[in-house]
Design a protein around this ligand. Structure first.
Ligand SMILES: [Zn+2]
Length: 118
């Protein structure tokens, strides 16, 4: 979809700290992180809302994969997630570990998550 910032990230027109990618989904660090490793998980096809995504089970399997990687990467007991959707009109799930630290080190935090994905 034109002018959708997330579609531009999917098409690599805008750089992002990508931590996971498969055929249908992409996960990357939020540029305004709430915590270390705060990740956005999105479908590669443009849908307005999370609830519009047909393979929503697969979508949440990816969210689980990222949450478990964050737990390991940052030694976090709690991983939060949130679904709003007003800010960017492309379905997305926020997932972030409840841990304080250097949340602005996007590259370093991305590498920690990537090496913790199983
Ligand atoms: Zn989009």
């Amino acid at each position: 979809m034109e002018n959708c910032i997330f579609c531009k990230i999917i098409n690599k027109e805008i750089p992002a700290n990508i931590v996971y990618e498969d055929k249908n989904f992409l996960a990357f660090l939020d540029i305004r992180p709430l915590a270390r490793g705060h990740t956005q998980i999105i479908p590669k096809t443009h849908y307005r809302w999370v609830w519009d995504v047909p393979n929503i089970g697969e979508f949440f399997e990816v969210a689980k994969k990222i949450a478990l990687a964050q737990k390991k990467a940052f030694n976090a007991d709690i991983v939060r997630s949130q679904i709003y959707g007003e800010e960017i009109p492309h379905a997305h799930i926020w997932v972030w570990p409840e841990i304080v630290g250097d949340e602005k080190d996007l590259k370093g935090n991305a590498e920690k998550i990537i090496s913790s994905i199983q």
